[in-house]
Write a protein that binds this ligand. Structure first.
Ligand code: NAD
Length: 489
């Protein structure tokens, strides 16, 4: 593979870990290659951390809790996070370019991710000193109150698809509540996580409050998940790894937040405003080349408008172009050759009536080494078909007809996931009924995603996971409640 990092605007050394406020080489001295999915080129290297690096990071986090970070008042934590948000905005162009080259996402999306990260810092910076306990009326002679305290050391294991957004909602919430964090980014895309450490240092975050160790999941990730010095785990990623994380957490009897996959449906009724729905139906499926946990990969359409919706979606699909991230077209490549092969194999198994009804194209400017796939629209698949049931994590949507509300609900709730769902209908009573009955962590009515607001609690049910991040709700998860009962007679 050619080696080119010429256009990567790094302002930090990605071959170092951030531990205890210092930039340190990994104990193994080994590195992992950084690939640009748009070209297949190796554009740099990150440190390959192992268990001893995780040990050092957890120890540094504990030291910071016993020292300066543990004594930092909520208002000051808020100022630091707010400052960090501003420093992120100062670097918006560099961060967006780094993310586009590391993840393969169109520059515009990468830029939106930077803005979201800054917004998380602003939101959680402002929230630090607004979460508090209660006084509880109790027996005569007692005063009872509750305290919201940090768990202690929190471990954060994140995926490659939205590194900055997930750091924002996970590490942002944990720091706001005064925890000391150890972050293990994904090996496929860790650069902006390291950049976040550099900017946190610049913002004046006390040493050890944030530690970043890069490395492989089965190595550094597993060491973090099972570490006895960690008091809470936040994991975002696949179901299979989530199960391992929960098992590791169970051994140490610590709480865990799992943000896993999805097969999120949009329910389109015959009385919906189709012009309003159309852009959401498609964009929610192809954003980030479909590599979004909350991607809408199932479009359920009432029979009366099924043909019309399928035709209009097909038309739109024919215009979708996959192109290098920096070209800023509709979608970029998928993250890796492995992912590309996996998706192709799934699409090669068109069983139970499933057929490709429309496809986008791949730009002539796309280098042969990049991992491109055309956006692919499927129809005719039974709701029990593997394409209707399993998370594909690529630019693929399945359109499924339904008869009536009961049928729509049955199909929508008929997977093992439950992350996001949306309802397109002008019938208010139906909106309310379905919002209650859908098996989903978030429900959107006549929209999809609501712009992804950082204020909106997010998380799944079923195999989509448990626990909530984002919004104020995350701060309850990243803290532990203590009850104090004073007897004074
Ligand atoms: P993954 O589970 O393979 O990896 C996620 C993280 O876990 C990485 O940092 C990886 O290094 C680490 N890891 C891997 N094996 C590990 C182990 N044995 N012990 C500890 N850590 C380990 O997931 P992925 O392929 O990077 O991401 C795709 C998945 O993530 C999809 O299923 C997607 O739906 C999900 N996801 C969910 C959300 C959400 O908020 N619900 C957001 C983004 C992605």
């Amino acid at each position: 593979m050619p080696n080119s990092s010429a256009n990567l605007p790094l302002f930090f050394d990605p071959t170092l870990h951030f531990i205890g406020g210092d930039w340190v080489a990994p104990r193994s001295s080994a590195t992992l290659p950084v690939e640009n999915p748009s070209t297949g080129e190796i554009i740099g290297a990150i440190a390959m951390g192992t268990a001893p690096d995780i040990d050092a990071a957890v120890a540094a986090a504990q030291t910071s809790l016993d020292g300066e970070w543990g004594r930092t008042p909520a208002v000051e934590r808020g100022r630091i996070l707010t400052r960090l948000g501003r420093l992120i905005l100062d670097r918006v162009d560099a961060l967006a370019r780094i993310e586009a080259m590391d993840v393969g996402k169109p520059l515009k999306q990468a830029r939106a991710d930077v803005l979201a990260l800054a917004r998380y810092m602003e939101f959680y910076g402002g929230a630090c000193d607004k979460v508090h306990g209660e006084t509880i009326p109790y027996l005569d002679g007692y005063t009872v109150y509750t305290l919201r305290q940090p768990h202690g050391v929190t471990g954060h294991i994140i995926p490659w698809n939205y590194p900055m957004q997930i750091i924002g909602r996970s590490v942002g919430g944990a720091l706001a509540m005064g925890n000391a964090c150890v972050l293990k980014p994904a090996e496929e895309a860790a650069l902006t996580a390291i950049a976040f450490g550099k900017l946190a240092e610049e913002a004046g975050l006390p040493k050890g409050a944030l530690n970043i160790v890069t490395g492989l999941g089965e190595d550094a990730g597993a060491a973090l998940a099972s570490h006895p010095g960690v008091h809470h785990l936040s994991f975002t990623g696949s179901v299979a790894v989530g199960q391992m994380i929960q098992a590791a957490a169970a051994k140490n009897v610590i709480p865990v937040t799992l943000e896993l996959g999805g097969k999120s449906p949009q329910l389109v009724f015959a009385d919906a405003d189709l012009d309003a729905a159309l852009p959401f139906l498609v964009n929610a499926g192809i954003q980030n080349a479909g590599q979004t946990c909350s991607a809408s990969s199932r479009i359920l359409v009432q029979r009366g408008v099924y043909d019309a919706v399928l035709e209009r979606m097909s038309e739109r699909y024919r215009t979708l172009v996959a192109a290098p991230a920096l070209d800023g077209r509709d979608l970029g490549p998928v993250i890796s050759a492995r992912q590309q092969t996996d998706i192709k194999q799934r699409l090669g198994r068109l069983v139970d009536g499933a057929r490709i009804v429309s496809e986008g194209s791949i730009s002539a400017a796309a280098p042969a080494g990049g991992h491109y796939l055309p956006a692919t629209l499927i129809a005719g698949a039974d709701p029990t078909n593997h394409l209707s049931q399993q998370e594909i994590f690529g630019p693929v949507q399945v359109v499924i007809p339904f008869e009536d509300e009961a049928d729509a609900l049955k199909i929508a709730n008929g997977t093992e996931f439950g992350l996001v769902a949306s309802i397109w209908t002008s019938n208010g009573a139906r909106q309310m009924r379905l919002a209650k009955s859908l098996k989903s962590g978030q429900v959107f009515i006549n929209n999809y995603g609501a712009g992804g607001g950082v204020e909106l609690p997010f998380g799944g049910v079923g195999k989509s996971g448990h626990g909530r991040e984002k919004g104020m709700e995350a701060l309850y998860g990243f803290s532990v409640l203590k009850t104090v009962a004073a007897f004074h007679g």
